[in-house]
Design a protein around this ligand. Structure first.
Ligand code: HEM
Length: 406
C-alpha cells in the first residue's frame, strides 16, 4: 500500500488498512494537521485519553461551533445542511455540560449494567431465532442475517417502537446517517428528508406516550418532558440519536469481531473450548482490535498546546480510537488478536463524560452472538477471500461477510 502521511484520510486505501496509516501518524506525527480536510488527527493513547477528558478544551458542540460541513458539500446542499445541524444540535452526544448532563440523565438508569443483564435472555433468544433461520442453509451473510436485524430489533424494543414500523425506521436511519458518515457532496438532501420523516413519526409516538404512560425509553422521555427537563425537539432528536449511535456501530462489532475470529483460527479454536467463559474478554478484544467507530470529533474551545503544536480555538479535531487502541505504549503486542488480553483498557466506547451510553448493550449483544456462533457452528469459516468496506467515514463498515459451516 502506498499511503503517506498526507494520503486522503477518507480514501479507500486508508480505509482498507487504517492501522498502517494511523500507526505511521502515531509514531511520526502524533498531533497531525490534515490540510485536505482542515482537521487535526490525534493518535497516541495518552493524548487521546487526555483530550477527551477535557470537554472544556475540546467541545462536542460540533454543529453549533463548526458550521462548515467536512468533507465539503455542494452549494445546493447547504440549506439542507443547516436543517441537519439544527436537528443534530439537540442530540446529547453533540452537547457540552450543562445541557449534556441534563440530556443524558433519562438514559442513565435504563442503560445501566444491571438493567442490561435483565435484557440478556431476550437478546439470547433473538440471536437463537436469527440463527435458526439460516441453520439448515450451511451459509449466511453475517451483515444481512445477524448484523442488520439484531441491533435494530433490540434498540427498537427498548424504545418501544411497534414491530411493524421497524423496517421503515431502519431505512430512515440509513439515510439519516449519511449526514454523519458519508463523504458524498450531496449527502445532506437525503439525510434531511429522513430526519423530517423520522421526527414526524417519533412526534406521533411521543403524543401517544403523553396519553398513555409507559416504562420504555420513549415513556421515560415523555416523563422528562412532563418534568420540564426535555423539549419535544430534544426527545425526537435523541430517540433517533439512540438508533443512529447504536445501530451501525453494533453491526460492526458483530461483523469485525467475527472476521477477527475467523482470520485468527488459533484464537477461534481457543474460544470454542469455553465460549461462555471467554465471551467477556474475547468481546473486549474484538472491540479493541478492530473498533467499529474509528474516530469521533471535537472542536477546540480555546487555543490548546499539544506536543509542541498549537490547536487554535475553533479548529476541528479527530481522536483516532483505531490508532490509540494499537498504541504499543499502552498495549503489549498491539497488533495481535488475543482473546484473553487482560487488562484491556481499549477506548472503543470513548472516555470521560461522553462515555458510550449503550456500551453494556453492545457488549451483551457481542457476547451472545459470538457464544452462539461458536456453540452452534463450531466449524464456521469465511466464505470469501476479500472484504469490502462501505464508502463512508468514521465507521469501518463491512458491506457483506459471507461465512459457511458443515
Ligand atoms: C459496539 C457498539 C458501539 C460502539 C463502538 C460505540 C461507541 C461510542 C463512542 C466512542 C462514544 C463516544 C463518542 C464521543 O465521545 O463523542 C459513544 C457515545 C454514545 N453511544 Fe455508543 N457505541 C456503541 C453502541 C451503542 C449503543 C448500542 C447505543 C444505544 C443503544 C449507543 C449510544 C450512545 C450514545 C447515546 C452516546 C452519547 C453519549 C454521550 O454523549 O454522553 N452506543 N458510543
Amino acid at each position: 500500500m502506498t499511503v503517506d502521511l498526507h494520503s486522503d484520510i477518507y480514501g479507500k486505501e486508508v480505509f482498507a488498512d487504517p492501522y498502517s496509516y494511523y500507526g505511521r501518524l502515531r509514531e511520526e506525527d502524533p498531533v497531525h494537521f490534515n490540510e485536505q480536510y482542515g482537521i487535526w488527527l490525534i493518535t497516541r493513547y495518552e493524548d487521546v485519553a487526555w483530550m477527551v477528558r477535557h470537554p472544556e478544551l475540546f467541545s462536542s458542540e460540533l454543529y453549533k461551533r463548526d458550521s462548515t460541513p467536512s468533507p465539503p458539500i455542494d452549494e445546493s446542499d447547504k440549506e439542507h445542511a443547516a436543517a441537519v445541524a439544527e436537528h443534530r444540535s439537540h442530540e446529547l452526544i453533540k452537547n457540552d455540560p450543562p445541557e449534556h448532563t441534563r440530556l443524558r440523565e433519562p438514559f442513565r438508569k435504563p442503560l445501566s449494567p444491571k438493567e442490561l443483564e435483565g435484557w440478556r435472555q431476550f437478546i439470547r433468544e433473538a440471536v437463537a431465532s436469527l440463527l435458526d433461520r439460516v441453520a439448515d442453509q450451511g451459509s449466511m451473510d453475517v451483515v444481512a442475517d445477524i448484523g442488520k436485524p439484531l441491533p435494530l430489533l433490540i434498540v427498537s424494543e427498548m424504545l418501544g417502537v411497534p414491530p411493524g414500523d421497524r423496517q421503515m425506521l431502519k431505512e430512515q436511519a440509513a439515510e439519516r446517517m449519511l449526514s454523519e458518515l458519508s463523504v458524498k457532496p450531496d449527502r445532506m438532501r437525503r439525510a434531511v428528508t429522513a430526519i423530517r420523516d423520522s421526527s414526524a413519526y417519533f412526534d406521533r409516538l411521543m403524543n401517544a406516550r403523553a396519553d398513555e404512560p409507559s416504562s420504555d425509553l420513549l415513556g421515560l422521555l415523555a416523563q422528562a418532558e412532563d418534568e420540564g427537563n426535555y423539549s419535544r425537539g430534544e426527545s425526537v432528536a435523541n430517540a433517533q440519536g439512540l438508533l443512529d449511535a447504536g445501530h451501525e456501530t453494533t453491526i460492526q462489532l458483530l461483523c469485525n469481531g467475527t472476521l477477527a475470529f475467523l482470520s485468527n483460527p488459533e484464537e477461534w479454536e481457543l474460544f470454542k473450548t469455553d465460549p461462555a467463559g471467554l465471551a467477556v474478554t474475547a468481546t473486549e478484544e474484538c472491540l479493541r482490535y478492530d473498533p467499529p467507530l474509528l474516530g469521533p470529533r471535537r472542536v477546540a474551545a480555546e487555543d490548546v498546546e499539544l506536543r509542541g503544536k498549537t490547536i487554535k480555538k475553533g479548529d476541528r479535531v479527530q481522536w483516532l480510537i483505531a490508532a490509540a487502541n494499537r498504541d504499543p505504549r499502552e498495549f503489549e503486542n498491539p497488533d495481535r488478536f488475543d482473546i484473553r488480553r487482560s487488562p484491556n483498557r481499549h477506548i472503543s466506547f470513548g472516555v470521560g463524560i461522553h462515555y458510550c451510553l449503550g456500551q453494556y448493550l453492545a457488549r451483551v449483544e457481542g457476547q451472545e452472538v459470538f457464544t452462539a456462533l461458536a456453540t452452534r457452528f463450531p466449524n464456521l469459516r469465511l466464505a470469501t477471500d476479500s472484504v469490502e468496506y462501505a464508502d463512508i467515514r468514521a465507521v469501518r463498515s463491512i458491506t457483506s461477510l459471507p461465512v459457511a459451516w458443515d
